[in-house]
Design a protein around this ligand. Structure first.
Ligand code: CP
Length: 315
């Protein structure tokens, strides 16, 4: 509950040592044990369909400065199931229309002083040092610019494991724009939970992951421009917007990397298809009923992972 969310530790001499509120801005803010705990907790919540039995939170503020359906509503539902009240804030006193703008840092300081946890989505990359200086309660990023989307990748890994088992035995392919934040967070997570193989499939204009792979993951990773899906157990469809880094993409190029009847011919029958959603046109309408398509089963489980994340942050 509010006030307790900022953890305090008591050492052996009974001196109070205050610790900083926890920030979940990147997958790398989680230890390997944290990832295991989150997966276990979310899987347990799925098994028991545990909704509304715990009173973990009083309030959570959802500061969403760019559009979101799944993340904003998913966190709202998760907060409610944990006994709390979600409070939406969709603008702050910092836009260009304000004659006297308030800084984002002051906004964070004020909001985090009122609640148990702050969930944010911003059009810009979050500045860790400044948030550390401002935060009075835990903060979780629901996506910051093109940087990261850590809870989405936890949801993705949960879906992979629920649908197909341990990722260590699976050949995972990611198709589309590799500079997207959901891809970047998923690759960081796969660097920690190594798949059997990782295939990154994109046109050259959108192959900029913008990060170094760890040695182990790099040794299992194959980069290609060919949409050959024949060696995959999991196909993760990231999306390929018309405009982005590397300029505007030709429509025919975009369709080459869409999930179509033609491309799916090479995907093994036991493989699954996942997506962070929303789907724009990267999955063609006539393959939406393909039995390998698990995109809505993936999103159906997302609230359980968001519950697990909130529980970890406020405890
Ligand atoms: N996947 C995802 O982040 O969706 P929203 O933008 O709707 O939150």
């Amino acid at each position: 509950m509010q006030g307790n969310a900022q953890a305090t530790l008591i050492n052996t001499t009974d001196t109070l040592i205050s610790s900083k509120p926890r920030l979940l801005l990147s997958i790398n803010d989680l230890s390997d044990d944290d990832v295991d705990l989150l997966l276990d907790d979310a899987q347990g919540l799925i098994r028991t369909q545990d909704i509304g039995k715990e009173a973990i939170l009083n309030t959570a503020i959802l500061l969403f400065l760019t559009p979101s359906l799944r993340t904003r509503v998913g966190f709202s539902v998760a907060v409610h199931r944990l006994g709390g009240l979600p409070i939406d804030v969709e603008e702050y006193r910092g836009g260009p229309e304000m004659t006297a703008s308030e800084s984002f840092d002051d906004t964070v300081r004020v909001l985090t002083g009122m609640t148990d946890v702050l969930v944010t989505r911003t059009p810009f990359k979050l500045d860790r040092e400044r948030l550390e200086a401002s935060a009075e309660c835990p903060i979780v990023s629901g996506g910051d610019g093109r940087n990261e989307h850590p809870t989405q990748s936890l949801i993705d890994l949960l879906a992979i494991q629920e649908e197909r088992g341990p990722v260590s035995q699976l050949r995972v392919g990611i198709i589309g724009d590799l500079s997207m934040r959901s891809v970047r967070s998923l690759v960081l997570l796969l660097d920690r939970r190594l798949p059997r193989e990782l295939t990154l499939i994109s046109p050259p204009q959108r192959s900029g992951l913008g990060m170094e792979l760890g040695v182990e993951l790099a040794s299992r990773t194959h980069w290609t421009q060919e949409p050959d899906l024949s060696r995959l157990d999991v196909l993760y469809v990231a999306g390929l917007p018309e405009s982005g880094e590397g300029g505007t993409l030709d429509g025919a190029v975009r369709m080459t990397y869409s999930v179509s009847r033609e491309n799916l011919r090479s995907l093994p029958p036991s493989a699954i298809i996942l997506s962070p959603l929303p789907v724009i046109d990267e999955i063609q309408p006539d393959v939406r009923d393909d039995p390998r398509m698990r995109i809505f089963q993936q999103s159906d489980r997302a609230v359980f992972m968001r519950m697990a994340v909130l529980k970890m942050l406020v405890h």
